[in-house]
Design a protein around this ligand. Sequence first.
Ligand code: ADP
Ligand code: MG
Length: 591
Amino acid sequence: MPHRKQQLLELLKIHFGYDSFRPGQERAIDSILQNKDTMVVLPTGAGKSLIFQLPALILDGITIVISPLIALMKDQVDSLEKVGIPATFINSSISVDETDSRLSKIKSGFYKIVYIAPERFYNQKFLEDLKQIKVSLFAVDEAHCVSQWGHDFRPSYLRLKEAVKFVGRPPVVALTATATPEVREDIIKQLSLKDPEIVLTGFARPNLQLAVIPSQSGQKLEHILNFLVTNPDLGSGIIYTGTRSKADEVVELLIDNDIKAVVYHAGMDASSRDWVQEQFMRGEARVVVATNAFGLGINKKDIRFVIHHDLPGTVEAYYQEAGRAGRDGIDSFCLLFYHQQDRYLREFFIKGDNPEPRIVIEIFDFILRKTELEIDASNSILVTYAEIAQNLSESIPEMAIGTALKMLEKEGYISRPNEKTSNSFLKAKRSLPEIDTLIGTRSKSQKEIWGKLVDKYHKELETGWEFSPEEVSIVLKIKKDSLLRAVKKLAEKDLVEYKPPFRGTEIKLLKIVEPEEITLDFKALKEKSARAYAKLDEMEGYVYHVGCRQEYILNYFGDMNAKPCGKCDSCSRLEKFKQKGGDKHEYLISE
Ligand code: ADP
Ligand code: MG
């Protein structure tokens, strides 16, 4: 065994009590000890801390560790001290005097590791103090915080590039569990890493059985139902849909077919969402039908299947959602139902997220004119998205209007003090018993809700009635969303007249400029949109990929050593082909 390797293993044993390295650790440590910049991408719990803690013991100067998790610093430092590694931390929880005393001990070379909160680098005096210290390694933990594309951007992380220079540009190691390619690129750019060694492993999920199931339009629901009915003992799972209304539709179908299902999306109020989550966690509901609002922080280990009714927008979103299956290591299914037209829904979302600059300008122009006409003491106007939409030169999704307003708000052109809503309206179009019969026995939930409405409000239903969905749902002890869903369905069947609540927004004009003169970072917006389309292409690439699906995903994340999983639909097809005497090359061509 080479000398260095043996020395590392000894330190690992003496200080940390472990007999061997976990995947990725040794390669990362080697790179650090060769004074190279290093980027470590390993899943949560893989053992990233050790990657800077162990070299810190060997290097002669101090190791600075940046972490946003101030609450955890003390624990980390305590446990290091326990294993004989002198360490300390500096963050906003300690006094000025204490900071000074710690800094002088750092200067005297007493500590091997110091944890520092990124906000500290806003302080010039602190930077000057650091200049006098020999720093051997600069470790940036939770490095995705430096990226605007990550899920936890922190502006203070942008200071770190300067901080590294200030302390004499030691080697930098950046660590994260976020494996998306552009977050990775951003980390390299924002921290100015020099030709970094990239250590990325451990994202394979061998117990997941991935498959893409091509479906004609209208067939998906049938296929999904069929899957659930033919696998009654499979356990619980999630069905993701691209829209709230599709989620509502799917859950209704499942309930009508005696499958215990609940629905979850951001259009529901917080208490309903909590209730649904509880039902699912406790196994009362077998299936949760949800939009991508569901899942963060879900800690259910025995999810046996994750079905996607619609195409996700990115590979990382797909893998994150599908990856909620099988946390306990037991075999689980990840099925993606696909129809060629699925792309359009995603493009619709991308357009909604990225309104064209000229549309933003038009919307500002509209607000300007309307404010001039209707100006009152408050200097604000009340509009609905529908009204804005009617006044634009082309039709765009409502979502794009919301995004445009958000952009104008962010740049200080307008503010939106209040969202305004009014009551809904409901009136029966036929006699109440007649409606009951026409609902039909298959639509259980509609029938039940209609029954409750008639019990309490038959007069109102006959004469027509403005109601607050919140109040009625409390009186009837049903969820507001179920109520509105049922009412909407009845209106679609032309059994009732229904007007949804008016939703508008109050807009206050803050800056009066010519619409053409508003300054938004249009170049960055263009880039953002182009990036979204590129990611959608990669997601579609997954659907049409003829090789191993797991391998495709891992390659996408940058793990070029990934091996075929042997169990996805592609791998199984290849296996069958081989059994019939074909080889892999022929298979790939024949597909
Ligand atoms: P991460 O930061 O990657 O989420 P941590 O550094 O917090 O993970 O480590 C997770 C756990 O793994 C810790 O309890 C740590 O002590 C343990 N661990 C780290 N390296 C090893 C190893 N080589 N052998 C056994 N356990 C390890
Ligand atoms: Mg960590």
